[in-house]
Design a protein around this ligand. Structure first.
Ligand code: GLU
Length: 554
Protein backbone atom coordinates (compact mmCIF):
# COMPACT_ATOMS: atom_id res chain seq x y z
CA UNK A 1 0.00 0.00 0.00
CA UNK A 2 1.23 3.49 -0.88
CA UNK A 3 0.72 6.02 1.89
CA UNK A 4 -0.01 9.72 1.31
CA UNK A 5 3.43 10.46 2.67
CA UNK A 6 5.10 8.17 0.16
CA UNK A 7 3.11 9.71 -2.66
CA UNK A 8 4.12 13.20 -1.54
CA UNK A 9 7.73 12.07 -1.38
CA UNK A 10 7.47 10.58 -4.85
CA UNK A 11 6.20 13.87 -6.27
CA UNK A 12 8.50 16.23 -4.36
CA UNK A 13 11.62 14.27 -3.36
CA UNK A 14 13.73 17.44 -3.46
CA UNK A 15 11.62 19.25 -0.85
CA UNK A 16 13.09 18.74 2.60
CA UNK A 17 11.75 21.78 4.42
CA UNK A 18 8.50 21.71 6.34
CA UNK A 19 5.80 24.25 7.05
CA UNK A 20 7.30 24.66 10.56
CA UNK A 21 10.60 25.66 8.96
CA UNK A 22 8.77 28.28 6.93
CA UNK A 23 6.94 29.54 10.00
CA UNK A 24 10.33 30.11 11.62
CA UNK A 25 11.85 31.70 8.54
CA UNK A 26 8.93 34.13 8.24
CA UNK A 27 8.03 34.97 11.84
CA UNK A 28 5.10 37.13 12.91
CA UNK A 29 6.00 40.76 12.43
CA UNK A 30 6.89 42.85 15.41
CA UNK A 31 4.64 45.84 14.81
CA UNK A 32 2.75 48.27 17.05
CA UNK A 33 -0.86 47.49 17.93
CA UNK A 34 -3.24 48.18 15.11
CA UNK A 35 -0.53 48.30 12.46
CA UNK A 36 -1.78 46.87 9.20
CA UNK A 37 0.32 44.95 6.72
CA UNK A 38 -1.09 45.47 3.24
CA UNK A 39 0.08 44.48 -0.16
CA UNK A 40 -0.37 45.41 -3.77
CA UNK A 41 -0.05 42.26 -5.83
CA UNK A 42 -0.05 43.07 -9.53
CA UNK A 43 0.47 40.58 -12.29
CA UNK A 44 2.99 41.78 -14.87
CA UNK A 45 0.49 41.68 -17.68
CA UNK A 46 0.49 45.26 -18.90
CA UNK A 47 0.11 48.87 -17.93
CA UNK A 48 -1.06 50.17 -14.58
CA UNK A 49 -4.83 50.29 -14.70
CA UNK A 50 -6.57 53.20 -13.00
CA UNK A 51 -8.44 50.63 -10.90
CA UNK A 52 -5.11 49.13 -9.76
CA UNK A 53 -3.81 52.58 -8.89
CA UNK A 54 -6.94 52.99 -6.77
CA UNK A 55 -6.25 49.67 -5.00
CA UNK A 56 -2.60 50.42 -4.40
CA UNK A 57 -3.46 53.88 -3.13
CA UNK A 58 -5.78 52.42 -0.49
CA UNK A 59 -3.25 49.70 0.45
CA UNK A 60 -0.56 52.34 0.88
CA UNK A 61 -2.83 54.68 2.81
CA UNK A 62 -4.04 52.01 5.24
CA UNK A 63 -0.47 50.97 6.03
CA UNK A 64 0.66 54.59 6.44
CA UNK A 65 -2.30 55.57 8.62
CA UNK A 66 -1.61 52.67 11.00
CA UNK A 67 2.21 52.75 11.00
CA UNK A 68 2.13 49.41 9.29
CA UNK A 69 3.86 48.01 6.24
CA UNK A 70 2.93 48.30 2.62
CA UNK A 71 4.64 45.87 0.30
CA UNK A 72 4.47 44.92 -3.36
CA UNK A 73 4.43 41.34 -4.56
CA UNK A 74 4.69 40.42 -8.20
CA UNK A 75 2.24 37.68 -9.10
CA UNK A 76 3.82 36.24 -12.19
CA UNK A 77 2.73 32.62 -12.14
CA UNK A 78 0.69 32.97 -15.31
CA UNK A 79 3.69 32.98 -17.60
CA UNK A 80 1.57 32.98 -20.77
CA UNK A 81 0.09 36.39 -19.98
CA UNK A 82 3.31 38.01 -18.82
CA UNK A 83 4.54 41.10 -20.67
CA UNK A 84 8.27 41.59 -20.31
CA UNK A 85 9.24 44.71 -18.39
CA UNK A 86 5.75 45.52 -17.18
CA UNK A 87 6.62 44.71 -13.55
CA UNK A 88 9.33 47.38 -13.50
CA UNK A 89 7.05 49.80 -15.27
CA UNK A 90 4.28 49.31 -12.73
CA UNK A 91 6.70 50.21 -9.96
CA UNK A 92 7.92 53.31 -11.78
CA UNK A 93 4.38 54.45 -12.35
CA UNK A 94 3.43 53.90 -8.72
CA UNK A 95 6.41 56.01 -7.76
CA UNK A 96 5.12 58.90 -9.87
CA UNK A 97 2.03 58.83 -7.65
CA UNK A 98 4.15 58.82 -4.51
CA UNK A 99 3.24 55.25 -3.78
CA UNK A 100 6.48 53.62 -2.77
CA UNK A 101 6.52 50.26 -1.06
CA UNK A 102 8.15 49.88 2.35
CA UNK A 103 9.28 46.47 1.29
CA UNK A 104 8.88 43.92 -1.44
CA UNK A 105 9.42 43.86 -5.15
CA UNK A 106 11.07 47.07 -6.29
CA UNK A 107 11.51 46.48 -10.00
CA UNK A 108 15.07 45.36 -10.43
CA UNK A 109 15.65 44.56 -6.80
CA UNK A 110 13.74 43.79 -3.66
CA UNK A 111 13.83 44.70 0.00
CA UNK A 112 12.55 43.01 3.15
CA UNK A 113 12.74 39.80 5.20
CA UNK A 114 9.68 38.09 3.80
CA UNK A 115 10.87 37.54 0.25
CA UNK A 116 11.38 36.56 -2.41
CA UNK A 117 8.56 38.88 -3.43
CA UNK A 118 8.21 37.54 -6.95
CA UNK A 119 6.03 34.45 -7.06
CA UNK A 120 8.02 32.62 -9.72
CA UNK A 121 10.98 32.71 -7.31
CA UNK A 122 8.94 31.12 -4.53
CA UNK A 123 8.32 27.76 -6.22
CA UNK A 124 9.98 25.83 -3.38
CA UNK A 125 7.85 27.52 -0.74
CA UNK A 126 4.67 26.48 -2.52
CA UNK A 127 6.01 22.97 -2.93
CA UNK A 128 6.56 22.67 0.81
CA UNK A 129 2.93 23.55 1.41
CA UNK A 130 1.63 21.32 -1.38
CA UNK A 131 3.71 18.44 -0.13
CA UNK A 132 2.10 18.93 3.27
CA UNK A 133 -1.40 18.93 1.73
CA UNK A 134 -0.58 15.73 -0.17
CA UNK A 135 0.64 14.10 3.02
CA UNK A 136 -2.59 15.08 4.74
CA UNK A 137 -4.71 13.71 1.91
CA UNK A 138 -5.94 17.26 1.25
CA UNK A 139 -4.55 17.34 -2.27
CA UNK A 140 -4.07 14.82 -5.05
CA UNK A 141 -2.51 14.56 -8.48
CA UNK A 142 -4.94 14.82 -11.39
CA UNK A 143 -4.10 13.20 -14.70
CA UNK A 144 -7.11 14.33 -16.69
CA UNK A 145 -6.29 15.54 -20.18
CA UNK A 146 -7.85 18.61 -21.84
CA UNK A 147 -10.14 16.28 -23.78
CA UNK A 148 -11.33 14.53 -20.62
CA UNK A 149 -12.01 17.88 -18.98
CA UNK A 150 -13.91 18.96 -22.07
CA UNK A 151 -16.01 15.76 -21.91
CA UNK A 152 -16.82 16.49 -18.27
CA UNK A 153 -17.90 19.99 -19.23
CA UNK A 154 -20.18 18.70 -21.97
CA UNK A 155 -21.76 16.15 -19.68
CA UNK A 156 -22.41 18.83 -17.07
CA UNK A 157 -23.97 21.03 -19.69
CA UNK A 158 -26.25 18.23 -20.79
CA UNK A 159 -27.31 17.46 -17.23
CA UNK A 160 -27.54 21.18 -16.38
CA UNK A 161 -25.08 20.61 -13.53
CA UNK A 162 -22.70 23.27 -12.28
CA UNK A 163 -19.46 23.34 -14.25
CA UNK A 164 -16.12 22.43 -12.70
CA UNK A 165 -14.11 19.59 -11.23
CA UNK A 166 -15.97 18.42 -8.14
CA UNK A 167 -17.76 15.49 -6.51
CA UNK A 168 -18.48 12.62 -8.89
CA UNK A 169 -16.95 14.52 -11.77
CA UNK A 170 -13.61 14.72 -10.01
CA UNK A 171 -12.43 11.40 -11.38
CA UNK A 172 -8.89 11.52 -10.11
CA UNK A 173 -10.12 12.03 -6.57
CA UNK A 174 -11.07 8.36 -6.60
CA UNK A 175 -7.81 6.89 -7.82
CA UNK A 176 -5.89 4.83 -5.31
CA UNK A 177 -2.41 5.91 -4.32
CA UNK A 178 -1.12 2.79 -6.12
CA UNK A 179 -2.77 3.93 -9.33
CA UNK A 180 -1.39 7.42 -8.82
CA UNK A 181 2.08 6.08 -8.23
CA UNK A 182 1.92 3.95 -11.32
CA UNK A 183 0.81 6.83 -13.53
CA UNK A 184 3.53 9.08 -12.15
CA UNK A 185 6.18 6.42 -12.69
CA UNK A 186 4.84 6.00 -16.22
CA UNK A 187 5.57 9.65 -16.79
CA UNK A 188 1.94 10.74 -17.23
CA UNK A 189 1.66 14.53 -16.94
CA UNK A 190 -0.36 15.78 -14.00
CA UNK A 191 -1.49 18.81 -12.05
CA UNK A 192 -2.23 18.85 -8.34
CA UNK A 193 -5.70 19.65 -7.09
CA UNK A 194 -6.91 20.69 -3.69
CA UNK A 195 -9.45 18.24 -2.28
CA UNK A 196 -12.38 20.40 -1.27
CA UNK A 197 -14.59 19.34 1.59
CA UNK A 198 -17.12 22.09 0.88
CA UNK A 199 -20.68 21.80 -0.28
CA UNK A 200 -22.13 24.56 -2.44
CA UNK A 201 -25.54 24.17 -0.85
CA UNK A 202 -23.99 25.31 2.43
CA UNK A 203 -22.96 28.85 3.16
CA UNK A 204 -19.82 30.25 4.63
CA UNK A 205 -19.88 33.51 6.58
CA UNK A 206 -17.34 36.12 5.59
CA UNK A 207 -16.51 39.54 6.89
CA UNK A 208 -15.44 42.26 4.56
CA UNK A 209 -14.32 45.68 5.70
CA UNK A 210 -16.18 47.35 2.85
CA UNK A 211 -19.18 45.05 2.39
CA UNK A 212 -19.69 44.07 6.01
CA UNK A 213 -20.71 40.53 7.03
CA UNK A 214 -22.29 38.34 4.43
CA UNK A 215 -22.78 34.70 3.52
CA UNK A 216 -21.64 33.07 0.35
CA UNK A 217 -21.95 29.51 -0.99
CA UNK A 218 -19.11 27.24 0.07
CA UNK A 219 -16.56 26.15 -2.45
CA UNK A 220 -16.83 22.59 -3.60
CA UNK A 221 -14.42 22.67 -6.53
CA UNK A 222 -11.20 20.70 -6.46
CA UNK A 223 -9.23 23.58 -7.88
CA UNK A 224 -5.82 23.18 -9.44
CA UNK A 225 -3.18 24.44 -7.04
CA UNK A 226 -0.09 23.27 -8.89
CA UNK A 227 0.24 23.37 -12.65
CA UNK A 228 2.19 21.06 -14.92
CA UNK A 229 4.75 23.86 -15.43
CA UNK A 230 5.80 23.55 -11.79
CA UNK A 231 4.15 26.78 -10.71
CA UNK A 232 1.13 27.23 -8.46
CA UNK A 233 -2.12 28.94 -9.44
CA UNK A 234 -3.04 32.38 -8.13
CA UNK A 235 -5.62 31.10 -5.64
CA UNK A 236 -3.13 28.87 -3.93
CA UNK A 237 -0.03 31.02 -4.24
CA UNK A 238 -1.57 34.13 -2.77
CA UNK A 239 -2.88 32.21 0.25
CA UNK A 240 0.66 30.96 1.02
CA UNK A 241 2.14 34.37 0.37
CA UNK A 242 -0.34 36.35 2.42
CA UNK A 243 0.25 33.92 5.26
CA UNK A 244 4.04 33.85 5.19
CA UNK A 245 4.36 37.54 4.37
CA UNK A 246 2.10 38.15 7.35
CA UNK A 247 -0.44 40.27 5.52
CA UNK A 248 -3.11 41.50 7.92
CA UNK A 249 -5.56 42.97 5.41
CA UNK A 250 -6.03 41.88 1.82
CA UNK A 251 -7.26 44.86 -0.16
CA UNK A 252 -8.22 44.13 -3.75
CA UNK A 253 -10.90 44.62 -6.38
CA UNK A 254 -14.43 43.41 -5.93
CA UNK A 255 -14.03 40.91 -8.78
CA UNK A 256 -12.29 38.63 -6.27
CA UNK A 257 -15.32 38.21 -4.02
CA UNK A 258 -16.53 35.33 -6.18
CA UNK A 259 -13.43 33.27 -5.40
CA UNK A 260 -13.35 34.17 -1.72
CA UNK A 261 -14.91 30.79 -0.70
CA UNK A 262 -11.91 29.03 -2.23
CA UNK A 263 -9.49 31.25 -0.37
CA UNK A 264 -11.30 30.92 2.93
CA UNK A 265 -11.35 27.14 2.55
CA UNK A 266 -7.64 27.00 1.74
CA UNK A 267 -6.73 29.03 4.81
CA UNK A 268 -8.91 26.79 6.98
CA UNK A 269 -7.48 23.58 5.49
CA UNK A 270 -3.98 24.78 6.30
CA UNK A 271 -4.96 25.80 9.80
CA UNK A 272 -3.97 29.38 9.15
CA UNK A 273 -5.77 32.48 10.30
CA UNK A 274 -7.22 34.22 7.26
CA UNK A 275 -6.41 37.92 6.88
CA UNK A 276 -9.09 40.59 6.97
CA UNK A 277 -10.56 41.35 3.55
CA UNK A 278 -11.55 44.58 1.87
CA UNK A 279 -12.96 44.25 -1.61
CA UNK A 280 -13.02 47.62 -3.30
CA UNK A 281 -15.77 48.84 -5.61
CA UNK A 282 -15.05 48.85 -9.29
CA UNK A 283 -14.61 52.11 -11.16
CA UNK A 284 -17.35 52.51 -13.75
CA UNK A 285 -18.19 54.65 -16.70
CA UNK A 286 -21.34 55.46 -18.66
CA UNK A 287 -20.98 53.41 -21.80
CA UNK A 288 -22.02 54.20 -25.35
CA UNK A 289 -25.51 52.80 -24.77
CA UNK A 290 -26.02 54.99 -21.70
CA UNK A 291 -25.57 52.13 -19.24
CA UNK A 292 -22.97 51.88 -16.51
CA UNK A 293 -20.08 49.58 -17.29
CA UNK A 294 -16.63 48.80 -15.91
CA UNK A 295 -13.86 51.13 -17.04
CA UNK A 296 -12.36 49.19 -19.91
CA UNK A 297 -8.70 48.85 -20.81
CA UNK A 298 -9.71 48.47 -24.41
CA UNK A 299 -12.25 51.26 -24.77
CA UNK A 300 -11.33 53.99 -22.31
CA UNK A 301 -8.26 56.19 -22.31
CA UNK A 302 -8.73 56.99 -18.66
CA UNK A 303 -8.47 53.28 -17.77
CA UNK A 304 -4.70 53.52 -18.13
CA UNK A 305 -2.71 55.57 -15.68
CA UNK A 306 -0.25 56.30 -18.49
CA UNK A 307 -2.93 58.42 -20.18
CA UNK A 308 -2.81 60.94 -17.33
CA UNK A 309 0.96 60.89 -17.21
CA UNK A 310 1.35 61.42 -20.95
CA UNK A 311 -1.14 64.24 -20.90
CA UNK A 312 0.76 65.95 -18.10
CA UNK A 313 -1.74 65.88 -15.28
CA UNK A 314 -0.14 66.41 -11.90
CA UNK A 315 -0.24 62.97 -10.29
CA UNK A 316 -1.73 64.50 -7.13
CA UNK A 317 -4.87 65.39 -9.08
CA UNK A 318 -5.65 61.80 -9.92
CA UNK A 319 -4.83 60.69 -6.39
CA UNK A 320 -7.08 63.40 -4.96
CA UNK A 321 -9.84 62.38 -7.28
CA UNK A 322 -9.48 58.69 -6.41
CA UNK A 323 -9.66 59.61 -2.73
CA UNK A 324 -13.10 61.12 -3.35
CA UNK A 325 -14.17 57.70 -4.60
CA UNK A 326 -12.50 56.04 -1.65
CA UNK A 327 -14.19 58.05 1.09
CA UNK A 328 -17.37 60.06 0.82
CA UNK A 329 -16.15 62.65 3.35
CA UNK A 330 -12.85 63.31 1.57
CA UNK A 331 -14.14 65.93 -0.85
CA UNK A 332 -15.38 68.21 1.91
CA UNK A 333 -12.20 67.62 3.88
CA UNK A 334 -9.90 68.55 1.02
CA UNK A 335 -11.87 71.74 0.28
CA UNK A 336 -11.50 72.70 3.93
CA UNK A 337 -7.80 71.94 3.73
CA UNK A 338 -7.37 74.05 0.61
CA UNK A 339 -6.33 71.07 -1.49
CA UNK A 340 -3.24 70.51 0.61
CA UNK A 341 -1.73 67.91 2.93
CA UNK A 342 -3.83 65.04 1.68
CA UNK A 343 -1.74 62.66 3.79
CA UNK A 344 -3.35 64.01 6.95
CA UNK A 345 -6.77 62.75 5.91
CA UNK A 346 -7.78 59.67 7.92
CA UNK A 347 -9.09 57.02 5.62
CA UNK A 348 -11.78 54.64 6.81
CA UNK A 349 -13.35 51.62 5.12
CA UNK A 350 -16.72 52.53 6.65
CA UNK A 351 -16.94 55.58 4.45
CA UNK A 352 -16.43 53.73 1.23
CA UNK A 353 -19.46 53.47 -0.98
CA UNK A 354 -20.45 50.03 -2.19
CA UNK A 355 -21.53 51.20 -5.55
CA UNK A 356 -18.90 51.43 -8.23
CA UNK A 357 -18.11 55.10 -8.67
CA UNK A 358 -18.52 56.66 -12.06
CA UNK A 359 -15.24 57.98 -13.35
CA UNK A 360 -15.53 61.76 -13.55
CA UNK A 361 -12.96 63.42 -15.74
CA UNK A 362 -14.41 66.84 -14.90
CA UNK A 363 -13.41 66.34 -11.28
CA UNK A 364 -9.90 65.29 -12.21
CA UNK A 365 -9.61 68.50 -14.22
CA UNK A 366 -11.00 70.52 -11.35
CA UNK A 367 -8.49 69.13 -8.84
CA UNK A 368 -5.74 69.56 -11.33
CA UNK A 369 -6.47 73.26 -11.79
CA UNK A 370 -6.60 73.75 -8.04
CA UNK A 371 -3.29 71.98 -7.55
CA UNK A 372 -1.47 73.77 -10.35
CA UNK A 373 -2.96 77.08 -9.24
CA UNK A 374 -1.17 76.69 -5.91
CA UNK A 375 2.29 76.06 -7.25
CA UNK A 376 4.80 78.87 -7.55
CA UNK A 377 6.56 79.54 -10.81
CA UNK A 378 9.62 77.48 -9.82
CA UNK A 379 7.51 74.46 -8.96
CA UNK A 380 5.60 74.85 -12.21
CA UNK A 381 8.87 75.04 -14.12
CA UNK A 382 10.21 71.91 -12.44
CA UNK A 383 7.02 69.95 -12.98
CA UNK A 384 6.72 71.07 -16.59
CA UNK A 385 10.33 70.18 -17.26
CA UNK A 386 10.07 66.76 -15.67
CA UNK A 387 6.92 66.03 -17.62
CA UNK A 388 8.07 67.38 -20.96
CA UNK A 389 11.49 65.79 -20.77
CA UNK A 390 9.79 62.43 -20.71
CA UNK A 391 6.66 62.95 -22.77
CA UNK A 392 6.76 66.16 -24.75
CA UNK A 393 10.11 67.07 -26.36
CA UNK A 394 8.63 70.06 -28.19
CA UNK A 395 7.57 71.65 -24.93
CA UNK A 396 10.81 70.68 -23.26
CA UNK A 397 12.93 72.52 -25.79
CA UNK A 398 10.63 75.53 -25.52
CA UNK A 399 11.13 75.71 -21.75
CA UNK A 400 14.86 75.21 -22.05
CA UNK A 401 15.25 78.11 -24.49
CA UNK A 402 14.84 80.52 -21.62
CA UNK A 403 13.56 79.29 -18.29
CA UNK A 404 13.05 82.79 -16.91
CA UNK A 405 10.89 83.72 -19.86
CA UNK A 406 8.87 80.52 -19.36
CA UNK A 407 8.43 81.33 -15.68
CA UNK A 408 7.31 84.87 -16.50
CA UNK A 409 4.62 83.44 -18.73
CA UNK A 410 3.49 80.90 -16.16
CA UNK A 411 3.58 83.54 -13.45
CA UNK A 412 0.86 85.67 -14.98
CA UNK A 413 -1.68 86.31 -12.20
CA UNK A 414 -0.13 83.58 -10.11
CA UNK A 415 1.48 85.40 -7.21
CA UNK A 416 -1.66 86.84 -5.69
CA UNK A 417 -4.20 85.94 -3.11
CA UNK A 418 -6.54 84.28 -5.53
CA UNK A 419 -4.29 83.02 -8.27
CA UNK A 420 -5.88 82.15 -11.58
CA UNK A 421 -6.43 78.50 -12.20
CA UNK A 422 -5.86 78.43 -15.89
CA UNK A 423 -3.98 75.24 -16.40
CA UNK A 424 -5.06 71.67 -15.83
CA UNK A 425 -2.34 69.73 -17.56
CA UNK A 426 1.03 70.31 -19.10
CA UNK A 427 0.05 68.47 -22.25
CA UNK A 428 -1.85 71.59 -23.40
CA UNK A 429 0.90 74.00 -22.64
CA UNK A 430 2.70 74.14 -25.95
CA UNK A 431 -0.52 75.10 -27.74
CA UNK A 432 -1.53 77.58 -25.12
CA UNK A 433 1.69 79.50 -24.64
CA UNK A 434 3.56 78.86 -27.90
CA UNK A 435 2.51 82.26 -29.25
CA UNK A 436 4.73 84.04 -26.72
CA UNK A 437 7.72 82.80 -28.74
CA UNK A 438 8.25 84.92 -31.84
CA UNK A 439 9.05 82.15 -34.30
CA UNK A 440 6.04 80.12 -33.20
CA UNK A 441 3.87 83.21 -33.39
CA UNK A 442 5.08 83.90 -36.93
CA UNK A 443 4.29 80.39 -37.91
CA UNK A 444 0.82 80.44 -36.39
CA UNK A 445 -0.08 83.83 -37.84
CA UNK A 446 1.21 83.04 -41.32
CA UNK A 447 -2.10 81.33 -42.13
CA UNK A 448 -4.04 84.49 -41.33
CA UNK A 449 -6.04 85.31 -38.23
CA UNK A 450 -9.77 85.00 -37.65
CA UNK A 451 -11.20 88.22 -36.30
CA UNK A 452 -14.82 88.72 -35.45
CA UNK A 453 -16.63 89.01 -38.76
CA UNK A 454 -18.72 91.89 -37.42
CA UNK A 455 -15.81 94.21 -37.98
CA UNK A 456 -14.39 94.98 -41.38
CA UNK A 457 -10.69 95.07 -42.03
CA UNK A 458 -10.64 98.86 -42.18
CA UNK A 459 -11.97 99.17 -38.62
CA UNK A 460 -9.55 96.58 -37.34
CA UNK A 461 -6.63 98.34 -39.03
CA UNK A 462 -7.59 101.70 -37.55
CA UNK A 463 -7.98 100.35 -34.06
CA UNK A 464 -4.72 98.40 -34.21
CA UNK A 465 -2.83 101.39 -35.57
CA UNK A 466 -4.07 103.51 -32.71
CA UNK A 467 -3.20 100.79 -30.21
CA UNK A 468 0.29 100.60 -31.66
CA UNK A 469 0.79 104.35 -31.47
CA UNK A 470 -1.07 105.22 -28.31
CA UNK A 471 -1.47 102.30 -25.94
CA UNK A 472 1.30 102.65 -23.41
CA UNK A 473 2.55 99.68 -21.42
CA UNK A 474 4.32 101.90 -18.94
CA UNK A 475 1.36 102.16 -16.65
CA UNK A 476 -0.52 100.02 -14.18
CA UNK A 477 -3.24 97.64 -15.30
CA UNK A 478 -6.13 99.94 -14.48
CA UNK A 479 -4.66 102.94 -16.32
CA UNK A 480 -3.77 100.70 -19.25
CA UNK A 481 -7.35 99.53 -19.39
CA UNK A 482 -8.66 103.11 -19.29
CA UNK A 483 -6.20 103.94 -22.04
CA UNK A 484 -7.61 101.07 -24.13
CA UNK A 485 -11.16 102.26 -23.44
CA UNK A 486 -10.32 105.74 -24.67
CA UNK A 487 -8.82 104.37 -27.85
CA UNK A 488 -11.92 102.24 -28.37
CA UNK A 489 -14.25 105.16 -27.82
CA UNK A 490 -12.40 107.18 -30.45
CA UNK A 491 -13.25 104.43 -32.94
CA UNK A 492 -16.85 104.03 -31.90
CA UNK A 493 -16.64 101.31 -29.22
CA UNK A 494 -18.60 101.67 -26.00
CA UNK A 495 -16.51 101.77 -22.78
CA UNK A 496 -18.63 98.96 -21.28
CA UNK A 497 -21.44 96.55 -21.99
CA UNK A 498 -24.04 98.59 -20.15
CA UNK A 499 -23.49 101.75 -22.18
CA UNK A 500 -23.53 99.64 -25.34
CA UNK A 501 -26.85 98.01 -24.44
CA UNK A 502 -28.49 101.35 -23.69
CA UNK A 503 -27.81 102.51 -27.20
CA UNK A 504 -26.55 99.69 -29.38
CA UNK A 505 -26.99 101.58 -32.64
CA UNK A 506 -24.60 104.28 -31.51
CA UNK A 507 -21.62 101.90 -31.20
CA UNK A 508 -19.71 99.37 -33.27
CA UNK A 509 -19.18 97.21 -30.21
CA UNK A 510 -17.58 97.45 -26.77
CA UNK A 511 -14.12 97.75 -25.29
CA UNK A 512 -14.29 93.95 -25.00
CA UNK A 513 -14.26 93.74 -28.78
CA UNK A 514 -11.24 96.01 -28.87
CA UNK A 515 -9.43 93.79 -26.39
CA UNK A 516 -10.31 90.77 -28.50
CA UNK A 517 -8.84 92.36 -31.61
CA UNK A 518 -5.61 93.03 -29.76
CA UNK A 519 -5.59 89.57 -28.23
CA UNK A 520 -6.07 87.82 -31.56
CA UNK A 521 -3.44 90.03 -33.14
CA UNK A 522 -0.85 89.33 -30.48
CA UNK A 523 -1.62 85.72 -29.64
CA UNK A 524 -3.54 84.39 -32.67
CA UNK A 525 -6.02 83.06 -30.09
CA UNK A 526 -9.41 84.10 -28.78
CA UNK A 527 -8.35 83.23 -25.26
CA UNK A 528 -5.04 83.87 -23.63
CA UNK A 529 -3.80 84.85 -20.21
CA UNK A 530 -4.59 88.41 -19.08
CA UNK A 531 -3.87 90.68 -22.05
CA UNK A 532 -2.13 93.34 -20.01
CA UNK A 533 0.47 90.83 -18.83
CA UNK A 534 0.76 89.24 -22.24
CA UNK A 535 1.76 92.65 -23.55
CA UNK A 536 4.13 93.25 -20.64
CA UNK A 537 5.91 90.00 -21.38
CA UNK A 538 6.06 90.55 -25.13
CA UNK A 539 7.15 94.17 -24.59
CA UNK A 540 6.15 97.13 -26.69
CA UNK A 541 8.54 96.53 -29.53
CA UNK A 542 7.39 92.96 -30.18
CA UNK A 543 3.73 93.96 -29.76
CA UNK A 544 4.21 96.59 -32.43
CA UNK A 545 6.02 94.20 -34.73
CA UNK A 546 3.06 91.81 -34.52
CA UNK A 547 0.54 94.60 -35.00
CA UNK A 548 2.40 95.88 -38.07
CA UNK A 549 2.57 92.47 -39.57
CA UNK A 550 -1.16 91.89 -39.05
CA UNK A 551 -2.05 95.31 -40.46
CA UNK A 552 0.03 94.72 -43.54
CA UNK A 553 -1.72 91.43 -44.19
CA UNK A 554 -5.26 92.71 -43.75
N1 GLU B 1 -2.54 39.23 -8.99
C1 GLU B 1 -3.90 39.57 -8.73
C2 GLU B 1 -4.33 40.59 -9.76
O1 GLU B 1 -3.51 41.11 -10.47
C3 GLU B 1 -3.98 40.14 -7.33
C4 GLU B 1 -5.24 39.94 -6.63
C5 GLU B 1 -5.04 40.19 -5.13
O2 GLU B 1 -4.73 41.33 -4.79
O3 GLU B 1 -5.16 39.26 -4.35
O4 GLU B 1 -5.48 40.90 -9.89
Amino acid sequence: MVTNKELAELIFPEIKETIEDLEKRYPERDLPNGAEVTRFAPSPTGFLHTGSLFTSLICHKVAKDTNGVFYVRLEDTDTKREIQGSGEQLLQQLHLFNIDPDEGYLGNSEKGNYGPYVQSKRADIYKVVIKYLLEQGLAYPCFCSQEELEDIRKEQEKKKDNPGYYGEYAKCRYLTNEQRKEKILNGEPFVIRFKSSGDHTNKVAVTDLVHGDFEIAQNDLDIVIYKSDGLPTYHFAHVCDDHFMRTTTVIRGEEWIASLPIHVELFAALGWKAPKYAHLPVIMKIGENGNKRKLSKRLDNEAAVSYFLKDGYPSEALVMYLMTIANSNFEEWIFEHHFENMDEFKFSFDKMSLEGALFDMGKVNFFSKEILGKKNKYEIRDMAKAYSQEFNPELYSLICRDEDFFMDIMNIEREKENPRKDYEKFGDLYDRIGFFYNDIYDNLSSNGLSFNEKFNNQVIKEVLTDVRDNLSLEQDEQSWFNNMKEIGEKHGFAPNGKTFKQNPDAYKGTVGDVAEMIRITLSTRKNSPNLYYVMQILKKEECNRRINSVISNL
